[in-house]
Ligand binder design. Structure first.
Ligand code: TXA
Ligand code: MG
Length: 323
């Protein structure tokens, strides 16, 4: 666990412009002092991420928002009151002192007040905003355990605060609150229905949105190619491919007898339980040395939006030729 001395050491590192990995309830973040552009640049270097991509600024409290944004529209206030601290990021008009290193040069800034107790203690001890993307190399699966962060970065990240397994397990829901409209940019732990219960219907997302790396195809992907398969066709697909290939499966039910998969991982059949376990399961299956991960498609229901979004991105890379 994380004691006060570790939190203090982490806050000192942030003040010195160094990186600290820390847990949030969504995924682990790779943090730097958001007011120090050189420190933020270190995040991009460590991740191998293009510098034009914006990062989320994490705050201990909504009271600090005035340092970062120039407007806090009523609708955004209502969302913040309902869901902060929690797995929600609001994209708001940037304040005059926010650096381009954080915003990717855009006129907006992403802000989140996380709920994880270790994140909160770190943010309180540091006192300022902490810029943090997910603590994974660019384009890879986000970490939901401290050991995943160490797998990603080894000694390149000097301090990883360990807060155990992330409760949500998928990145935050992102809502842009710009030009008098609310747009859902990324589905996450807070569902569209939960948001709409507070602020009414959101604008649909099929119009041009601010740049979001998580919205690129083939984001969140394991190294092993991923193929999504309808539940009813899973065993048949497995039989068709397994003559020539080593396969692993991610499903919501146990395999039938005589199944040819090298590994078969069962995840819970509810969206929250599935989201919580998904990234760790993908990492495990990625290590099996299989040629393909077959993933049973999840239900069409809105409760599964965030999970379905991440699975579709994981499967977006072109698959090698198959029989
Ligand atoms: O749950 C999370 O959101 C985690 C934890 C660590 O907070 N962070 C995370 O960061 O997922 P990252 O960088 O992997 O994804 C953040 C997303 C990106 O898609 C980024 O483009 C978007 O937030 N974002 C940040 N600022 C933005 C802005 N001004 N306009 C549009 N999108 C923005
Ligand atoms: Mg990320």
């Amino acid at each position: 666990m994380t004691d006060t001395a570790q939190i203090e050491a982490a806050a000192r590192r942030l003040r010195a412009g160094e990186l600290v990995a820390f847990p949030t309830e969504t995924v682990y973040g790779l943090g730097a002092d958001a007011a120090n552009p050189a420190a933020v640049a270190r995040i991009f270097a460590a991740k191998g991420r293009p510098a034009s991509h914006p990062v989320i600024v994490h705050l201990a409290s909504v009271d600090q928002l005035g340092d970062w944004v120039r407007e806090f529209p009523e609708q955004a206030r209502r969302l913040a009151a309902a869901f902060w601290p929690g797995p929600l990021t609001l994209v708001l008009p940037r304040g005059p002192r926010v650096s381009d290193a954080v915003t990717g040069g855009q006129d907006s800034v992403g802000i989140r007040v996380p709920a994880h107790p270790v994140a909160r203690r770190l943010l309180e001890a540091f006192g300022g905003g902490v810029a943090a993307p997910s603590a994974n190399r660019y384009g890879r699966v986000s970490p939901t355990r401290a050991e995943h962060v160490r797998e990603e970065f080894g000694a390149a990240v000097g301090l990883v605060l360990d807060g155990g397994d992330c409760a949500v397990g998928l990145e935050s829901t992102i809502v842009a609150c710009l030009d008098g409209r609310l747009r859902l940019l990324r589905p996450g732990g807070i569902t569209r229905a939960q948001l709409e219960a507070v602020v009414g219907p959101l604008t649909s997302t099929d119009e041009p949105a601010p740049r979001v790396p998580g919205s690129e195809k083939s984001h969140y992907a394991p190294a092993t190619p991923v193929e999504l398969v309808e539940p009813a066709g899973l065993e048949a697909r497995l039989r068709a491919l397994s003559a020539g290939q080593q396969l692993v499966v991610l499903a919501r039910r146990a395999p039938s007898a005589g199944c040819a998969a090298r590994a078969w991982r069962v995840l819970p059949n509810d969206a929250a339980g599935y989201g919580h376990a998904l990234y760790a399961a993908l990492r495990e299956l990625d290590r099996c040395g299989a040629e393909r991960i077959l993933v049973e498609r999840v239900p069409d229901h809105a409760a599964w939006d965030a999970v379905r979004d991440r699975l579709e991105r994981a499967a977006a890379r072109e698959l090698p030729e198959s029989p």
